[in-house]
Ligand binder design. Structure first.
Ligand SMILES: NC(=O)C1=CN([C@@H]2O[C@H](COP(=O)(O)OP(=O)(O)OC[C@H]3O[C@@H](n4cnc5c(N)ncnc54)[C@H](O)[C@@H]3O)[C@@H](O)[C@H]2O)[C@H](O)CC1
Ligand SMILES: [K+]
Length: 447
C-alpha cells in the first residue's frame, strides 16, 4: 500500500474529520506519542533521552512519548520551549509526571527527540532556538524528528531555518510533501509513518514497487510490448534508451535510424523506415539524442500511439497544448521543464500538477526528488534515489524503462511511476561507481 502524502491543511482536515467521527484529539495524540516512543525503542535502543517540546500539538506528542518511554524504563528528560497553548498538548503535559526543564538550559543527550514544531510551523525559528536545536541534534547519537524536523516547511520542503541531519523521522497519519521534496528530504533519515486512526484518502502518495503485468504463457514478443524508438543526431543516447527498454521486458524494441547504429544489442531491430501506423507498436520513444530535428517529433505525434517524449524532444514541443489529444508521458529535468512550461508558481508538487494540466500529459518532473503528475490530480513522489544517478545517460535509461512499462500495458501514470521506482532501485543495485551503461545491467535484477 503506497504511503499517502497530505499538506498541512489537508492533514488538519483529516484530523478534524476523525475528531468529528468521534476520535478525541487526545486519542490521536496518544496514538502519535505512543508510535513515536515505539519507533525510538525500535530504531534507537535504550539510551538516555531528551525530548524537546514546543508549545503546540507537536510538543504534545512529545509529552506522550516521554510517558511511554519512561514506562518502558528509559531515562527521559523533557525540556520545554514554552508552556503548551493547544488543548490536547495541555492534556498531554498534564499526563507527564516528570520534571520539565527549560529548553534554553537543556544539556545534550544520546537520543534527542525534536517535538518543537511540526505542521504548525509558520515561520523560521527564533535564531537562538535554531542554534540550540542544531547543537543538540548535532551532538546526539540518534536525532529523532517528531512528524518533521523543526524548521522545515511541511508543504514544499524548504528549510525556514538551518537544521541538522536527523537519523529518524516519525510521521503520523500521512507523510507530508517535505518528507519527499528537497532539500528537507535529505535531512529526514529513515522516514517512518505511523497509523493513528485517521483516513488520509490522498491523491498524493509515495511511489512504491510496481505491480508489473505477469507474462502471458500464450503471449508473443508483440504482446509483451513493442517499443519503437526514433533516433536522432546523437545515436549514443538512443542506444541507452533502447537497450533499457529491452532490458525492462519489452518484447520487441525497434529503432528507426537513417544510419546504422553500433552498440545496440542484436535483439534490437534497426530499420531505415519509420512506419508508426504499425498497430503492434505499444509505445513510441522520441527525444534521446534527437538534436534539433523538429520533423521527427512531428512524425511521432502523427501516430495514434502512446508516446514518451524525453530530452531534446521536450525542447521541440513548443506549446504544451500541442500535446492535447495525445497519450504522452513527458520526462523533463529542471531545465527542460522551465523551457517548456516557463516559470510556474508554488511548490515543486504544485508546479508538476500544473504542468500535467497544461499539457494534458503525464509529467515526470525529474531531480533528486522526482515527481510523477497526472492531469487528473494524481501525484506520485519517488522515494529517495541514490545521488550517483546524477551522471550522463541515466535520463535516457529512464525514458527507455518508462516506454517499456507503457508498452507492456501499464497506463501512462502507472508506467511512469513504475519506471521511476525501478530506475532508483537499479541505481542502488549498480552501486556508487556506476555509469549509465552499468545501470542497464542492473535493470533485470530489480524487475
Ligand atoms: N491535531 C491533531 O489532532 C494531531 C496533531 N499532531 C501533531 O500536531 C502537530 C501540529 O500541531 P500544531 O499545534 O498545529 O502546530 P505545531 O505544534 O507544529 O506548532 C506549534 C505552534 O507554534 C507556533 N509557531 C509556529 N511557528 C513558530 C515559530 N517559528 N516560532 C515560534 N512559534 C511558532 C504556532 O502558533 C503553532 O501553532 C503535528 O505536526 C503533529 O506532530 C499529531 O500528529 C496527533 C494528531
Ligand atoms: K518536530
Amino acid at each position: 500500500m503506497s504511503r499517502p502524502i497530505l499538506t498541512a491543511e489537508q492533514m488538519r482536515a483529516a484530523e478534524a474529520a476523525a475528531i468529528d467521527a468521534g476520535i478525541a484529539e487526545t486519542v490521536l495524540m496518544e496514538q502519535a506519542g505512543r508510535a513515536l516512543a515505539e519507533a525510538v525503542r525500535l530504531y534507537a535502543g535504550p539510551r538516555e533521552t531528551l525530548i524537546l517540546c514546543g508549545p503546540g500539538n507537536n510538543g504534545g506528542d512529545g509529552y506522550v512519548a516521554a510517558r511511554f518511554l519512561k514506562n518502558a524504563g528509559y531515562t527521559v528528560r523533557v525540556a520545554a520551549l514554552a508552556e503548551p497553548t493547544a488543548d490536547a498538548a495541555k492534556w498531554a503535559r498534564g499526563q507527564w509526571d516528570g520534571p520539565v526543564e527549560s529548553f534554553a538550559a537543556a544539556t545534550e543527550a544520546p537520543i534527542i527527540i525534536d517535538c518543537l514544531f511540526g505542521t504548525g510551523l509558520s515561520r523560521g525559528l527564533e535564531p537562538v532556538v535554531a542554534e540550540r536545536l542544531l547543537l543538540l541534534v548535532d551532538k546526539a547519537l540518534v536525532a529523532v524528528a517528531c512528524d518533521l524536523p523543526s524548521g522545515v516547511a511541511s508543504d514544499d520542503g524548504t528549510l525556514l531555518s538551518a537544521i541538522g541531519n536527523y537519523d529518524l523521522t516519525v510521521s503520523f497519519g500521512a507523510l507530508k510533501p517535505a518528507h519527499r521534496l528537497m532539500p528537507a528530504m535529505s535531512r529526514m533519515g529513515r522516514t517512518v509513518l505511523a497509523d493513528i486512526g485517521i483516513d488520509p484518502g490522498a491523491d498524493w502518495f509515495e511511489i512504491e514497487r510496481p505491480d508489473l503485468p505477469s507474462l502471458d504463457p500464450a503471449g508473443h514478443k508483440y504482446s509483451r510490448g513493442l517499443v519503437h524508438c526514433l533516433a536522432g543526431q546523437m545515436p549514443g543516447a538512443i542506444v541507452l534508451a533502447a537497450t533499457a527498454a529491452a532490458k525492462s521486458g519489452a518484447g520487441y524494441v525497434r529503432v528507426s535510424t537513417s544510419l546504422p547504429i553500433s552498440g545496440l544489442p542484436s535483439s534490437v531491430v534497426q530499420s531505415g523506415g519509420a512506419d508508426l501506423q504499425d498497430e503492434r507498436i505499444g509505445c513510441i520513444l522520441v527525444g534521446p539524442g534527437l538534436g534539433d530535428v523538429p520533423p521527427v517529433l512531428t512524425l511521432a505525434l502523427t501516430a495514434p500511439k502512446p508516446i514518451v517524449i524525453d530530452a531534446d524532444g521536450i525542447g521541440l514541443v513548443g506549446d504544451p497544448e500541442r500535446l492535447h489529444g495525445h497519450d504522452v508521458i513527458l520526462t523533463p529535468h529542471e531545465g527542460e521543464f522551465g523551457k517548456l512550461f516557463g516559470k510556474l508558481e508554488g511548490s515543486k508538487a504544485e508546479r508538476a500538477l500544473e504542468a500535467a494540466r497544461r499539457s494534458q500529459s503525464v509529467v515526470v518532473y525529474k531531480g533528486p526528488d522526482t515527481l510523477v503528475a497526472a492531469p487528473d490530480g494524481r501525484l506520485g513522489f519517488a522515494p529517495p534515489a541514490p545521488a550517483w544517478l546524477a551522471t550522463a545517460g541515466t535520463g535516457d535509461v529512464l525514458a527507455g524503462m518508462i516506454a517499456a512499462m507503457r508498452a507492456r500495458g501499464l497506463e501512462a501514470f502507472d508506467a511512469a511511476c513504475a519506471g521511476v521506482w525501478l530506475h532508483g532501485r537499479a541505481a542502488e543495485a549498480a552501486g556508487p561507481h556506476m555509469i549509465a551503461d552499468d545501470l542497464l545491467e542492473a535493470i533485470p535484477s530489480v524487475l
